[in-house]
Design a protein around this ligand. Structure first.
Ligand code: CA
Length: 502
């Protein structure tokens, strides 16, 4: 700063906007296409491969129609071992902070309206859940959108926010670094997907807790929520492009989260074999896929497809009413069905001569078997955007962009899930390290051990067969929990934290 004072102040302010423009022009656009509650089986694109390198096409894969995902896959590096946490909020907070959930403490999903209500509280005979960040995103923490905005991006948000309850600043995405918020609030789901019900649950239960804000112009129409936020986000992208600014578009679909009450009429005839919730879910998937296609088409129309990187991801395992076979478990589960998610990365239009694609070539139509997780997007996107984190050493995630080009990102093949709450499975921690996965359930004090390479569907608990391996994996998991200052379940009797018993 001392040196800068040699320049007259007016010169400094004259130079500043030019510098920002030069930086902005040299940045690719980023479309983060985040689906809610979508698992790896909820698509016609296979994400599982067998030991002979052949795709495992499950019964569920055969049901769903996702032609735009199929097209994207042809352009993409597809990840077979992408993980997220077992429920929404922990993943969503990790995604924009780069921190592990036990560290940021948003280990459970946050209430839509008030931090005074605690979802998933649990008390067994011996244990209860510890305190956690019921207000969502911690205060004064650098967020991905805020850092991108600082580096010259227009930051656009549409859809499901769920960064914290409405009675905290986190209820509005504009308070955490987004320039524009389309339809986001504290809630993790919509009251309804139907315009004719004003995207509210009021027509069936009389309350407004899950009302989707904004979008009034679609109220009373037959516009499905997925479609409405796609139209609005496409317009916001068009505005950003017309201003000649790079954009970060965080397209966060409410789909395919419940409610599954009514099918999307546009696609219902494509699934004559399905009924009820399963039919509604299938039409949510196809509507999400149409949105992906519509957004890619818009990028082409605007002439920015070559310079827009698409990251397709989901925030936790499937909540499919038909399950997630062959994976074990669904959203909320300690098994892989709870935490395995689809991930694809692609340029919206491939052109090896494009300057951004020269810098970051994506190995098209190929797959990557390395383990990656939600914490990795913060450092990875900052790197791609040429943006800086004020304290990069504090991040738990890793820059995985070398994987996009088929290079080795050397990410440690580890992933810790810590869920000291209730939601399908209760009070558990899991840890993956290379081929092995260990699970501890605090209430029953049970250990499970799986070799994911040989047994990806977790059918054979090896805890008794391999006691030494179990001990070593348990040690790694507890060390990782301690390193992250995890909040352990609390003894009902003493009020003291209770660590896994080895
Ligand atoms: Ca979710």
């Amino acid at each position: 700063m001392k040196q800068m004072s040699k320049f007259p102040v007016s010169v400094f302010f004259f130079l500043l906007p030019l510098t920002l423009c030069a930086q902005s022009a040299d940045k690719p656009n980023i479309l983060l296409f985040l689906v809610d509650d979508m698992g790896t089986q909820d698509t016609s694109v296979p994400f599982n491969y067998d030991s002979d390198d052949q795709p495992v096409i499950s019964e569920l894969n055969r049901i769903y129609r996702t032609p735009n995902m199929e097209k994207l896959a042809k352009n993409a590096r597809l990840f077979t071992q992408a993980h997220a946490y077992s429920v929404c909020s922990p993943t969503r907070i990790s995604l924009i902070t780069g921190l592990n959930a036990p560290r940021h403490k948003v280990t459970q999903w946050t209430h839509p309206k008030t931090y005074k209500s605690e979802p998933g509280a649990i008390k067994t005979k011996t244990l209860k859940n510890p305190g956690w960040a019921v207000k969502g995103l911690p205060e004064n923490i650098p967020t991905l959108p805020a850092l991108l905005k600082q580096s010259g991006y227009t930051t656009l948000f549409a859809g499901k926010a769920h960064f914290g309850p409405d009675d905290t600043p986190n209820g509005d995405p504009k308070n955490i670094g987004f320039d524009i918020n389309i339809a986001g609030f504290g809630g993790g789901g919509p009251g309804s997907y139907w315009g004719k019900y004003n995207y509210s649950a009021n027509h069936r239960s009389g309350d407004h807790v899950w009302d989707v804000p904004g979008l009034e112009k679609y109220h009373g129409t037959d516009t499905f929520l997925t479609e409405a936020i796609t139209i609005e986000m496409n317009q916001a992208i068009e505005n950003a492009v017309s201003e000649n600014k790079p954009f970060f578009a965080y397209m966060s679909h409410y789909a395919v989260h419940a409610p599954f009450l009514y099918p999307d009429a546009r696609f219902a005839q494509n699934y004559p074999q399905l009924k009820g919730n399963a039919l509604a879910f299938a039409t949510l998937i196809e509507g999400m896929d149409k949105s992906l296609g519509d957004m890619i088409e818009k990028l082409h129309d605007l002439g920015v497809a070559e310079e827009t990187l698409i990251i397709f991801y989901s925030d936790n395992g499937s909540a499919n009413p038909m399950g997630s076979k062959p994976l074990r478990g669904i959203k909320g589960s300690r098994h892989e069905g709870g935490t395995r998610v689809p991930l694809m990365v692609a340029w919206a239009k491939s052109n090896p001569d494009n300057r951004f694609q020269k810098r970051l070539p994506v190995k098209q139509g190929t797959r990557e078997d390395a383990l990656v997780a939600c914490t990795d997007f913060m450092p990875t996107i900052l790197k791609i955007a040429g943006a800086k984190h004020p304290n990069p050493e504090s991040l738990d995630g890793f820059d995985i962009s070398p994987y996009f080009s088929g290079q080795d990102a050397k990410r440690p093949q580890e992933f810790l899930v810590h869920f000291p709450h209730a939601h399908r499975n209760n009070l558990f921690s899991t840890f993956i390290r290379s081929d092995w996965k260990v699970i501890y359930s605090y209430a029953s004090m049970d250990w499970e051990l799986y070799n994911l390479k040989e047994d990806p569907y977790e059918l054979r608990n090896l805890a008794k067969e391999f006691p030494e391996r179990l001990q070593s994996m348990a040690g790694h998991m507890i060390a990782e929990l301690d390193k992250n200052e995890a909040s352990y379940p609390v003894s009902v009797e003493t009020g003291e934290p209770v660590k896994p018993i080895r």
